[in-house]
Each structure stands twice: as C-alpha cells, then as structure tokens.
Design a protein around this ligand. Structure first.
Ligand code: FPP
Ligand code: MG
Length: 295
C-alpha cells in the first residue's frame, strides 16, 4: 500500500498547485478498499499501484461531489471540504482529481482504461438515480439494488476487472467478486446507519432515511407492515426524526426482522463473491472481515 500512497502523492504533486496539495492533505484517505483489492488481484504487476492510485482519486472525487450533493458536513470522521471551505471548492477539487486520474488512465491498455472510465459514467448515473429516488418513498427493491449497483458496486467491479486484466486472470470471475463485494458492502453500510451510533459512524445515525434514502431495511419493513403503519412510515420519510420516531422505526424493524433480512441478502451476495474466487484465500478473507463489521 505504501507504493499506492506514493503514487497518489506523485500525482497530486504533478497537478502542481499548492492549494490542491493543501486541500488534498486535509482529506482522510479512508479504508482504501479499492486500492487494496487491485493490489491483491495483481500483486506482481508494476502498473498495479498506479491503477490503484487512479481508482482512489476517482473515488475521492466522487465523495467530494457527493458531500456537496448530500450537503454532508462530515466525511470519514473529519469535516468535509464543502463544510470547511465551500461547495464550489469541493466541486473544483473533485474535478481536478478525477481529470488527473483520467489523464493517467489513458496510458493504460484500452481494455483497462475503458472498464474504469465507463464505471465512472455508471456511478454518476447511480448518484443521479439515488437523488431522484429520495424525492419520494421508494419501496421497489429491484430499483434500489440496481441504483446501489451503479452508485457503489461499479467502481469496485471495475477495479477488480481491470486488475484481473493486468494480472492475466479471469476477469469475469473477478468482476462477479467485485460487484457482489460492492453490493454487500453497501447493504452493510445501510444496516450500520440504523444500528450504529453517530460516534461510530462518523456521521449522524439514521441519516439515510432523514435524507430521503429508503434503504433495504426500510423497503423490507414497508413490505411487512399493515397499511396504517405503511402510511405512518411514509410520513416519516425525508424529515428530521425525534427520539420517539427513531424508537418506533427500530422497534418495528426488530419485530419484522428487516435488519436480519437485509443482512441475509448481504451474506448471500458475499457467498456468491467467495464462490467466484474460491481459490484466492486473501480475497475470501476481505469479504469475511467486511461481513463481520456489521455487528
Ligand atoms: C456515496 O454514496 C456516493 C458514491 C459512492 C458515488 C458518488 C458519485 C458521484 C457524485 C458522481 C461524480 C463522480 C465523479 C468521479 C466526480 P452515499 O451518499 O450513499 O454514501 P455516504 O454515506 O458515504 O455519503
Ligand atoms: Mg453521501
């Protein structure tokens, strides 16, 4: 991972603008999940650290823009750039990071470059769908999962496919792994938004629903309850919740096993991912650790 960090530092330096270096230095690097995945899939390829740095810059850019769109003040436990500076700065920094990433990406083989580039269109489409879907109560599971696939899984899937191409491995199996890891990861994130406190999350708890996002546990809850309760739940959508309302949602979810059902889907997707790369023990371990973080 040190090679990835030095590649990231080199790319930032090449941008050759002190203000960008300063702002980038204020960001928290996060888990670097996508970079770790690339290094695990293509450990012996000289280009893997650069590819990992590119994908991390794209990811960082998408989060900068996402925090502007979501009007979020916290990111990875630290104040977001739109909060410490302003939204314009966050958008411009994002633009610089992802265009720099693309400048580097064009030096790769076409098959590698195109899979990563097209995933950015997909994740941008996913973000737009996410925002649209938050305008009203969504109870359509398939629509929700497709949006999640676009918004979160496509970049992880692209990281897996592109590094498999670099390593001369079967890109289809690694793609299935990346896609299912991404989906499962996001479903666990949705669960944690409900089950964790804000100190653990680094952002306010139950925030998804307040932001209008009907994540899987809410979709399953809606499906399970009677029409009066459905109406009550729909009325709580996309507005600040008081203690009692939070308790009601949590109690209903407990009664109707909405969290368990969501967790079952995350586990099923993880199992399919493990199956796809069953000979690669390290990739299997990544999934096991990820599933464990939910409790
Ligand atoms: C986080 O979702 C958001 C994403 C994973 C993708 C955001 C994508 C864009 C803004 C498209 C623009 C892309 C580029 C490269 C500039 P979330 O809000 O559900 O999660 P959070 O709780 O981490 O904010
Ligand atoms: Mg967000």
């Amino acid at each position: 991972m040190q090679r990835v960090e030095s590649e990231i530092a080199r790319l930032i330096k090449e941008i050759d603008y002190d203000e960008v270096t300063r702002l980038f230095g204020m960001l928290s690097g996060g888990k670097r999940l996508r970079a770790k995945l690339i290094l695990k899939i293509a450990p012996h390829n000289d280009k893997a650290p650069l590819l990992a740095a590119i994908v991390e810059l794209i990811h960082a850019a998408s989060l900068l823009h996402d925090d502007v769109i979501d009007e979020a003040t916290l990111r990875r436990g630290v104040a977001s750039v739109n909060a410490t500076e302003d939204s314009k700065t966050a958008v411009m920094l994002g633009d610089i990071l992802y265009s720099k990433a693309f400048t580097e990406l064009v030096e790769f083989d076409r098959s590698v470059a195109s899979v990563v580039a097209s995933s950015v269109t997909a994740l941008s489409k996913g973000e737009m769908q996410d925002v649209k879907m938050a305008e009203s109560f969504n109870n359509d599971e398939a629509k929700y999962l497709y949006m999640l696939y676009l918004k979160t899984a496509t970049l992880i899937e692209a990281a897996a496919i592109s590094s498999a191409i670099l390593a001369g491995k079967d890109s289809k199996s690694y793609g299935i792994y990346g896609r299912n890891l991404g989906l499962s990861f996001q479903i666990i994130d949705d669960i944690l938004d409900i089950t964790s406190d804000s100190a653990t999350l680094g952002k306010p708890a139950m925030n998804d629903f307040v932001e209008g996002k009907c994540t899987l546990p809410y979709i399953y809850l809606h499906e399970a309850i009677n029409s009066d309760d459905k109406l009550k739940l729909e009325n709580l959508h996309a507005r600040p919740l008081d203690e009692q309302e939070i308790l009601w949602i949590k109690q209903m979810m407990k009664e109707h096993k909405s969290i368990e059902r969501s967790f079952e889907l995350a586990t099923k997707l993880s199992n399919e991912a493990m199956q796809a790369v069953k000979d690669d023990q390290e990739l299997v371990e990544i999934l096991k650790t990820m599933i464990k973080r939910s409790y």
